[in-house]
Write a protein that binds this ligand. Structure first.
Ligand code: WT7
Length: 646
């Protein structure tokens, strides 16, 4: 842990919305008078019918119910587009930067309005109605934004599936929410490589069934199969519709979107976010955490397939009338200066990325950074996983030239928006710490028995109060919602993260304490990778754990027991990696596979993951007590044959 402290510069304290005194005052009010505080904050968005009730929440066992602004009526797309038209019709809403550096476009709020209305009319023509689910499987092109906002406009619930997921993963997500309409592209383009999106959709529909319509955006112009009764080209049908589309009136608690995320067991969960609270929270955090002012150019490098893309490329920035940059490519294409060149090209002021990208670029050395100007930069941010102090310092010193504060923002798909974070004009920074809670957020560190720990403490991180942006349920499975988040510690939302609070009240997230691993800022359930491996004919058993990885943060380490008589060859190892990659998607590819004649199990047959983790981490001396194992000898074999030895 780093003990360095960076003070807020005099400049920042002066120009930011919030200085330290104001933070303390606003925070105190947000917890002593949440109804007053959030009632005021919610006026930042336009309501068709005002709300009279603010918070109506129960975390009580058997009755988990979360409602904010419930009698208010609004439309998220109206808030992100229409209400800005008078003042900002000609202002750029979205700067699109293509994978190929010669391609970029500026889309004004007026153009955004017209494109979103066209997409919305296309959906309405296909009979998509309020509450229907629409699956979006698109690369990072403007049409992804149009599609999401078009759904919001007509009250359809979007489910964006990251375009790196396999046909099977896509099928699973289509089936779970029974979506009848899919919006996709012929192909995606990332780092010069093509991704066969339409072909993946065809394969997914074959498996999932139940899909009536597929809208296909032309991205690369590749030849794709078109089913004449089901598929149609976006550019063709867009000619047949108008650029006017009245907005659907939505109640604050009507669903806005579903986003699937991995948990510690079984299938991905459909995290459900609703309209009013989510939008208020996304907009407010975007304004304060990034200290967004009119005219700033803001860039979040996430993909719209993840929650960061939802809240901080689209909904938060657009609700605030911001100029938001959407990037199709990757950090190292065509070379390692790409991020910094894009910053110079578009005069980006606020830049928000993931520690894994920072670590990868740090390894490429300072030169690709230093040959660019970056003089437009004012503020840097990170999200997705803990940032190690070395990467933090490099980001601060080399990228930001010691002039840009770094906001290390901790949150989750479930939380809808940022919960623990510095505010750039208020918070002294400690490299590696997400620092202090945002307004209205009350973290608690609990021990294994659920006892709240005071002062300096290490334990599991819970949240004891609701905030408007939190998820409302697991789509179609409210019991699973309660089971997953509210049953470990009754009456509290359990995050799944470990955490330390230091003497200054700063929070240091130490990583997941459940069977979820964080690979390059992406969440992966070990159970998902295990079930993929055991589906292979030659695999009898598998156990998957995370281990420290220089760039990815955590890597995927799989222990595999083969069927009797199967040779553990190098070829089979490659085959299994390719198998998981094809089954789930490239982000789930195991980094290490160790063939294990046996797995450490208790006498009742439970796999002892603690031991497997220690071996994968190359800490064989701290295996702890192995005497309760059914066969302690398997451990020696595992230690001896560990992959990737230090
Ligand atoms: C998990 C949530 C929130 C959008 C991206 C990831 C980890 C996230 C931080 C951070 C340390 C972090 C946590 C969390 N995480 N941000 N700043 N410092 N850890 O969303 O896929 O839902 O993953 O990411 O472990 O629980 P997600």
């Amino acid at each position: 842990m780093s003990e360095k402290i960076y003070d807020v510069s005099a400049d920042w304290a002066k120009r930011a919305y919030v200085d330290d005194a104001k933070y303390r005052e606003m925070y105190a009010r947000s917890v002593s008078d949440p109804n007053g505080f959030w009632g005021e904050q919610a006026r930042r968005i336009d309501w068709i019918k005002p709300f009279h009730k603010v918070e109506n929440v129960s975390f009580a066992p058997g009755n988990i119910s979360i409602k904010w602004f419930e009698d208010g009526v609004l439309n998220a797309a109206w808030n992100c587009i229409d209400r800005h038209l008078d003042k900002r019709g000609n202002q750029t809403a979205i700067i699109w930067e293509g994978d190929d550096p010669s391609q970029s476009r500026h889309i004004t709020y007026r153009q955004l309005h017209d494109e979103v209305c066209k997409m919305a009319n296309i959906l309405r023509t296909r009979n998509v109605k309020k509450g229907d689910r629409v699956t979006i499987y698109l690369p990072m092109i403007p049409e992804a934004a149009y599609a999401m906002l078009a759904c919001a406009r007509i009250g359809a619930i979007h489910s964006v599936v990251f375009a790196g997921f396999s046909p099977d993963s896509l099928a699973q997500r289509i089936t779970d929410c029974q979506s009848k309409v899919i919006i996709t592209a012929d192909e995606g383009l990332r780092g010069g490589k093509k991704v066969p999106l339409k072909a993946n959709v065809d394969a997914a529909i074959e498996k999932a069934g139940g899909v009536d319509w597929v809208v296909v955006v032309k991205r690369t112009g590749a030849a794709v199969d078109m089913n004449p009764t089901r598929d149609f080209w976006y550019h063709e049908v867009a000619k047949l519709v108008t650029t006017e589309c009245p907005v659907e009136h939505m109640h604050a608690e009507d669903p806005l979107f579903i986003l699937y995320t991995s948990g510690s067991t079984g299938q991905p969960k459909g995290v459900l976010h609703t309209t009013g609270g989510y939008l208020v929270y996304a907009a407010m955090t975007h304004q304060y955490v990034f200290d967004y002012h009119d005219g700033d150019v803001y860039w979040c490098t996430a993909d719209v397939g993840w929650v960061t893309g939802h809240s901080y490329i689209l909904y938060g920035p657009l609700a605030n009338g911001a100029t938001t940059l959407m990037f199709e490519g990757v950090p190292n294409y065509p070379d390692n200066s790409r991020f910094w060149n894009v910053i110079d090209k578009h005069n980006v002021n606020i830049f928000y990325t993931a520690p894994t990208a920072i670590r990868a670029l740090m390894q490429a050395g300072d030169e690709p950074v230093k040959k660019t100007s970056r003089k437009s930069l004012k503020l840097l941010g990170t999200v997705g996983e803990p940032i190690n102090p070395e990467a933090w310092e490099w980001y601060y010193r080399v990228v930001g030239e010691e002039r840009c504060p770094i906001v290390d923002t901790w949150w989750q798909t479930e939380t809808g928006g940022i919960l623990i974070t510095p505010l750039p004009g208020a918070t002294k920074l400690k490299p590696g710490s997400a620092t202090r809670p945002f307004f209205g957020v009350v973290p608690e560190i609990v021990d294994a028995d659920g006892k709240a720990l005071e002062g300096e403490a290490t334990g599991n991180l819970c949240l004891v109060r609701s905030w408007p942006g939190m998820m409302r349920t697991v789509y179609g499975d409210h019991a699973r919602f309660e089971q997953t988040y509210f049953s470990t510690y009754k009456g509290k939302y359990f995050t799944g993260d470990g955490c330390r609070r230091d003497a200054d009240g700063y929070y240091w997230i130490t990583g997941r304490v459940d069977d979820v691993i964080n690979v390059s800022g992406h969440r992966m359930g070990t159970a998902e990778v295990e079930s993929s491996l055991v589906a292979h004919a030659k695999v009898s058993e598998a156990a998957v754990v995370g281990y420290p990885h220089d760039i990815k943060g955590q890597g995927i380490y799989a222990y595999v027991t083969l069927m009797a008589g199967t040779e553990p060859t190098e070829e089979l190892r490659k085959e299994l990696v390719a198998w998981v990659r094809k089954d789930i998607g490239p982000i789930a590819s195991p980094d290490q596979i160790q063939f294990a004649p046996g797995l450490p199990k208790t006498r009742s047959g439970k796999i002892m993951r603690r031991i497997l983790r220690k071996i994968a981490e190359d800490e064989p001396s701290s295996l702890g007590d192995t005497s309760t194992l059914a066969d302690p000898a398997v451990v020696d074999d595992l230690v001896k044959n560990r992959q990737n030895k230090k």
